[in-house]
Each structure stands twice: as structure tokens, then as C-alpha cells.
Design a protein around this ligand. Structure first.
Ligand code: ZN
Length: 350
């Protein structure tokens, strides 16, 4: 089959071409619970750029040379092509979306529903992913799609959407009417997070972004207040929140100074949820204890979260803005993402 393969890291992210369009061996079913999925769409994610840069090397490739060549792509949806002998709930042709983690189901974390923790693998990060015509996964991490949802239209929910849903669900559980939530970054994740917040809580949603295009998308997604990140964004958020800051701040950026600003936008006893990553969080401990602010990490979401998100999508309560690229144009999609030129989410279609 054809696939886009990462053959070498590019720490400076300046190369013209990052992945190579190659013929690779067809993936095969080897375990009874395996499912061969024909890819309908694979989302192009900032994490893919971070993999190319080598940010994940210490975690996924600690000796620095055993992971590559690697087929990228961890946001995958498609149709069941073939199932192993032990698979009873899926058949050829079923539309499916793939939870980004292949977990054993045996570990205590998995029995508690936390599929992103415990042992397991991340296709596209720790093993071959979905920038390809097909992918083998396990029955356990598949969520069947309702008839209303087309694989290529929902592929990016597998990680971007799931992560946005997971953090919006956490924040929604503590947000009350009359309170505020700030969303920093209205890109691929942010615009889904805004819709999830709109569907699940009654707090006023303030969206901060430096791009007018992203703020336009935020408005369409249900933002109540738009704040241009022009250096005065903290002051603008404090003004909207009557000088106190928001009860919840969700930071989808996590680099270029957003963490310090995000914490300044968080009111005493409020929660600062960090989703995007890249820089270190630096706050004097005395500030943190005096204000009782909480810093909360977020890593994708559970299999149940992905089901719940598909229910919202099925009802039309969340919609994903996508831009389609042919699989052979993966480098173009990655460069467009890197240049901030993708409105919503880029999807590779084999
Ligand atoms: Zn992703």
C-alpha cells in the first residue's frame, strides 16, 4: 500500500519535505482481536509537527534511532476491511473511528476506563499510523460511527476532538451560569472545545487568539466574547471578568508565553487547564498557594469520551471545520498547518 513515512527528524522544522510517499508492506491481521481498517481520513495535527521536530523522541524513541521509519497519523477513521477470528461486533464495511491509544484492557487503568494511561501504544507516535491506505488496530479501541457521520468528516475527532471534548467536559463539570471560561487558541482543537463547552455548560465563553481567521471561526463556534491576542489580551480578559479573571482557562496553545498569560487570566481558586504544549510553566509557588489556583494536565480522552463526542456530532451540536488534502500531498498539509494557514483541521484522504 501507499503511505507517508517519516524517515528522519527535522529539529528546526525548516526542511521542504518531511515525509516520503512510499510503497510499504500491507498491514496484516496477526491477533484474533485485530481489525484491519481501510482509512477514510487521517487528521494532520500539530503533534505530527512535534514528532517531526523530535519533541517526542525522549518518550517514544529514547535511544534515538529505533522508531524511524514511522508512518505518522494518529487521528484515524475509515471502514472495517477485515476482522480477526475473535472479533464479534464488527463486520466488513462498518464505518468506524479509532481511539488514539491501543490499550490491553488488562491494566487497572484500562478497567477504570483510562485508556490513555497504563500499557499500550499510540499509532502514529509509537508505531505506524494512518497516513496510509490502511491500518491494523484492536477491536477494543474502535468506536462504531452512527450512519450520519462520514469517516473523513470526523477523523480529527479521534485526537483533536477527543482532547477538546475531554477538557471541556472536565471544565463543564465545575462551571456554573454567571461564570466565565477562557479558551486560548481557536484552531483545530479550540474550535471543537468551544462547541463542546457551548453544548455542556452555561458559562460565558471568552476566546483569545492572535488570528482574525481563528476568531471568526470561534464566533461561528459559539464564543460569547472575542479577544485579539495583541499583547493586551490579559487586560481585555480581566475587563470582561470584572477584574477577577475566569473560573476556568483552557490553554490550547501552551507555548510562546501563553502559559504565563493563561495563569494571569485565571481567578483565585480557578482552574487552568493545559492542553497545548511546548514551553515550561513558571510560577512562584507562593503565588500558586496564595491564590489556590489549580494547574490541570490533559491527555486525549477515554473511549467513553469518544462515544459521547460522537453523540454530540450525530446531533449536530459539534461540527468540525476540515480542509481535505490527498494523502500524497501530506507535506503541503503539514506546511500549511505550520504556517497557520489551515482553517480548522487538515485531513489526508488516501
Ligand atoms: Zn492529534
Amino acid at each position: 500500500m501507499k503511505a507517508q513515512v517519516l524517515n528522519k527528524y527535522d529539529e528546526s522544522l525548516t526542511a521542504e519535505s518531511w515525509v516520503d510517499y512510499e510503497d510499504v508492506p500491507d498491514p496484516k491481521i496477526t491477533n484474533p482481536n485485530d481489525v484491519l481498517v481501510k482509512i477514510g481520513g487521517s487528521g494532520v495535527c500539530r503533534t505530527d509537527l512535534h514528532v517531526i521536530e523530535g519533541v517526542w523522541k525522549p518518550i517514544m524513541d529514547p535511544d534515538g534511532n529505533s522508531l524511524l521509519p514511522l508512518i505518522l497519523g494518529h487521528e484515524n477513521a475509515g471502514w472495517v476491511e477485515e476482522v480477526g477470528a475473535g472479533v464479534t461486533n464488527l463486520k466488513k464495511g462498518d464505518p468506524v473511528i479509532l481511539h488514539p491509544r491501543i490499550s490491553s484492557g488488562i491494566d487497572i487503568e484500562h478497567r477504570r476506563g483510562e485508556d490513555m494511561h497504563g500499557s499500550g501504544s499510540f499509532p502514529g507516535l509509537s508505531e505506524n499510523g494512518g497516513y496510509a491506505e490502511a491500518l491494523v488496530t484492536s477491536e477494543r479501541n474502535i468506536v462504531p460511527l452512527p450512519k450520519s457521520l462520514e469517516p473523513k468528516a470526523v477523523a480529527a475527532y479521534a485526537d483533536a476532538g477527543l482532547t477538546a471534548y475531554h477538557v471541556a467536559k472536565k471544565a463543564s463539570r465545575v462551571l456554573l451560569p454567571g461564570q466565565y471560561v477562557v479558551v486560548i487558541g481557536a484552531g483545530g482543537l479550540g474550535h471543537i472545545g468551544i462547541q463542546c463547552l457551548k453544548a455542556m455548560c452555561a458559562a460565558e465563553i471568552i476566546v483569545v487568539d492572535m488570528s482574525d481567521m481563528a476568531l471568526g471561526l470561534a464566533k461561528d463556534s459559539g464564543a460569547d466574547h472575542l479577544v485579539k491576542a495583541d499583547g493586551t489580551e490579559v487586560a481585555q480578559v480581566l475587563e470582561i471578568t470584572k477584574g477577577l479573571g475566569a473560573e476556568a482557562v483552557i490553554d490550547f496553545v501552551g507555548e510562546k508565553g501563553s502559559t504565563a498569560k493563561g495563569l494571569e487570566m485565571t481567578r483565585p481558586a480557578g482552574n487552568y487547564y493545559i492542553v497545548g504544549y511546548g514551553e515550561n510553566i513558571n510560577i512562584p509557588t507562593v503565588d500558586l498557594i496564595f491564590t489556590e489556583r489549580n494547574i490541570i494536565g490533559n491527555l486525549v480522552g477515554t473511549w467513553a469520551d469518544l462515544n459521547e463526542l460522537m453523540s454530540l456530532a450525530d446531533r449536530g451540536l459539534v461540527e468540525l471545520a476540515t480542509v481535505e488534502y490527498s494523502l500524497k500531498d501530506a507535506n503541503q498539509a503539514l506546511h500549511d498547518l505550520n504556517a497557520g494557514k489551515v482553517k480548522g483541521r487538515a485531513i489526508l484522504i488516501p
